[in-house]
Design a protein around this ligand. Sequence first.
Ligand SMILES: Cc1cc2nc3c(=O)[nH]c(=O)nc-3n(C[C@H](O)[C@H](O)[C@H](O)COP(=O)(O)O)c2cc1C
Length: 188
Amino acid sequence: MTTTFGFIVGSLRHGSYNQLVADTFQTLIPAQYATTKLAIAQLPYYNPDLETDDPPVAWTAFRAELDQVDGVLFFSPEYNRDTPAVLKNALDVASRPRGQNLWAGKPALVVTTSPGSLGGYAANHSLRAALTELDMPTLQQPEAYIGNVLTHLKGGEPYTPDSFEAGTMQFFGVIVDAYIRFFEQLNK
Ligand SMILES: Cc1cc2nc3c(=O)[nH]c(=O)nc-3n(C[C@H](O)[C@H](O)[C@H](O)COP(=O)(O)O)c2cc1C
């Protein structure tokens, strides 16, 4: 059976740098693996009161999609030194109902990107804390803080996965290789 990696981006912004980094990582995943984008913008805010026999359709669809992936790669901005609400909401939605945490056991990668110099460090670690509770084994090294993202890009907009400088692409490749090794070790 083909292994599938789910890509989740914590920015809804048109022209998002995190989306660009995610798209670029997707081009680096070896061909024997499948990849899929897991959209999160459509998910109503998590509310346990809606956890009835007929929960929101968007929750059910997202949970079913997540259930099909073997590993999850997160790409996120930092909002006020934390994980953006839209991403945290997606984590909450698929962690319930109690006892049906769909994140559990799926190997994760956390990449944060910012135009600022800290590279989303605080959001990266806030997200990692949630992934601990969600029981997702998470790649520890290399850590992936893509700071000053504009300085890693050649030319102007519209940016594409070909826009990153060679040295940055090499670093991205090191992260992808480490994640794949980590994933395979866990799935031996
Ligand atoms: C509400 C808000 C809060 C932000 N807080 C931070 C922050 O704490 N740290 C940071 O590095 N950038 C912060 N930024 C700037 C984002 O890093 C920047 O907008 C970035 O481009 C967002 O990622 P995206 O391009 O993928 O949408 C913030 C932006 C917004 C809209």
